[in-house]
Write a protein that binds this ligand. Structure first.
Ligand SMILES: [Zn+2]
Ligand SMILES: [Zn+2]
Ligand SMILES: [Zn+2]
Length: 166
């Protein structure tokens, strides 16, 4: 197994080229779906694009409102099906503590569900630190517990917001 190293996302810095993020995310989604022979329908793609509008999570009802504003049929089952598809394909993540979604910045790679959530600007950054996984594996293993999945959500204040408060 390849050695994973901690990843720190560029998303934590304000003023990064977000158009590039969106462009890359959509191109990567098209590529992954084509490779897996699954359909990134127009609606699924639009939902992904709306989620990628920023690095702050967006809830399902906010997505429905935006879609309706575009004159689309955005009934909850339709939108939830699109969200389920994007989740299954690893293109988005659900932030449980906020009941909202963010775009995945490295879909296609297996990675830990570890998030830093800024309570001021709302930015969510994905981190992937294998040392955290190891600590959980050791702890659960020691208790004879077999984990299926794990998610770590750390709430706090990002560097930009801390700088701005100084
Ligand atoms: Zn961005
Ligand atoms: Zn991800
Ligand atoms: Zn912030």
């Amino acid at each position: 197994m390849a050695q994973r190293r901690p990843t720190l996302p560029p998303a934590l810095t304000r003023g990064h080229d977000h158009h590039q993020c969106v462009h890359d995310a959509l191109a990567e989604a098209e590529r992954l779906c084509a490779g897996r022979d699954v359909r990134l329908t127009e609606l699924r793609k639009r939902v992904l694009e709306l989620i990628w509008a920023s690095h702050a999570p967006i809830g399902a009802y906010a997505i429905m409102d935006l879609l309706r504003g575009e004159g689309r049929n955005a009934m909850p089952p339709t939108v939830y099906r699109a969200l389920d598809f994007l989740l299954e394909q690893g293109l988005i993540h659900r932030i449980a503590s906020l009941n909202a979604y963010i775009g995945c910045s490295h879909p296609g790679d297996r990675h830990a569900m570890q998030y830093l959530i800024c309570k001021i600007c709302g930015t969510v950054a994905e981190i992937d630190n294998p040392a955290i996984d190891d600590a959980i594996a050791t702890t659960t293993g020691g208790l004879g517990f077999a984990p299926d999945s794990q998610t770590l959500e750390v709430s706090g204040t990002c560097r930009d917001c801390r700088d701005a408060a100084r």
